[in-house]
Ligand binder design. Structure first.
Ligand SMILES: [Zn+2]
Ligand SMILES: [Zn+2]
Length: 295
């Protein structure tokens, strides 16, 4: 299980590698350009080659790209729908250039339309995007916290969207712990973690889960608020992350933190907390199955 952080590429891709190393990352997530506008970003081919070589040299893998926040493949607004599709198409191209196997997209929202219509639009867009792109990069739909008309809050909804999109092997899931908790999945207790991961496996199959976003939650279970907290500093708590990180169903999955950060110290504290829980187990549980904790 590789542990890492969302890392800024401000300045250059190589600076992102420096930031990742300073924070002891084994995997990273980046934005391909500005996450808050529609501006298209084209990485320089030589910079991308240097970046790939440095990531290989320092064992940073996988590198994951997160789509801009404006992307909404569920919108009934034709203009935003077209822009969203163009942005994802470009994102897949960027992933291919910089050596990223995964492009993470928020499942989106149906806005003023019905949930079913929103899901049909997301599914149609995904099918079209994958068919038009020869890169092999996988699109990971991220589960949403559940506010307003958001789509993909439940695992069943995510499975349905993937089925609408044709169910191909290039469609997967990014499982965000804060969003799941806000969406009503209890991750703070052993039973809750067990039930949630069983439900995830039953609805989608763990092979579809490409990435975990490890974020604690500033708000209580089922409140639909998407507000991340540092590991052990929110309602999921250290015990919840202990069960999650050491659960056999998540074995080998890359984990990326998107926790609040003022300084490097915040990042270091959170990644150390994850590593500590992963390697040293906070709690004495009665799980004696003997699964490996070091994968
Ligand atoms: Zn996200
Ligand atoms: Zn979030």
């Amino acid at each position: 299980m590789k542990l890492g952080l969302h890392i800024s590429i401000a300045g250059s891709l190589m600076l992102a590698v420096e930031r990742a190393r300073k924070r002891n990352c084994e995997t990273i997530q980046i934005f391909a350009g500005n996450p808050r506008n529609w501006e298209r970003w084209d990485p320089d081919k030589n910079d991308a080659a240097d970046f790939r070589a440095a990531c290989t040299q320092y064992g940073i893998s996988p590198v994951v790209v997160h789509a801009p926040y404006l992307v909404n493949l569920g919108t009934p607004d034709e203009k935003i729908y077209a822009r969203s599709k163009a942005t994802v198409a470009n994102g897949l191209r960027v992933c291919d250039i910089i050596g990223s196997p995964y492009y993470v997209v928020h499942t989106g929202s149906s806005v003023s339309s019905t949930k079913r219509d929103g899901m049909l639009r997301v599914g149609a867009a995904l099918a079209e995007l994958v068919a038009a792109d020869g890169s092999g990069v996988a699109i990971l739909l991220e589960n949403m916290a559940g506010a307003g008309s958001s789509l993909g809050v439940t695992f069943e909804e995510l499975a349905e969207i993937i089925e609408i999109a044709g169910g191909g092997g290039r469609l997967g899931i990014c499982f965000d712990t804060c969003h799941a908790f806000a969406g009503g999945y209890d991750l703070a207790t052993k039973t809750g973690v067990e039930d949630t991961l069983r439900a995830l496996d039953a609805a989608l199959g763990m092979a579809r889960v490409g990435l975990i976003h490890a974020n604690d939650s500033k708000y209580a279970l089922g409140t639909a608020h998407d507000r991340h907290a540092g590991i052990g500093e929110g309602y999921i708590g250290n015990a919840g992350f202990d069960y999650l990180l050491n659960h056999p169903l998540l074995s080998g999955k890359p984990v990326v933190l998107e926790t609040p950060r003022q300084t490097v110290a915040d990042d270091l504290r959170n990644i150390s907390a994850l590593r500590e829980l992963k390697n040293n187990r906070l709690l004495k549980t009665n799980n004696t199955s003997g699964f490996s904790r070091n994968t």
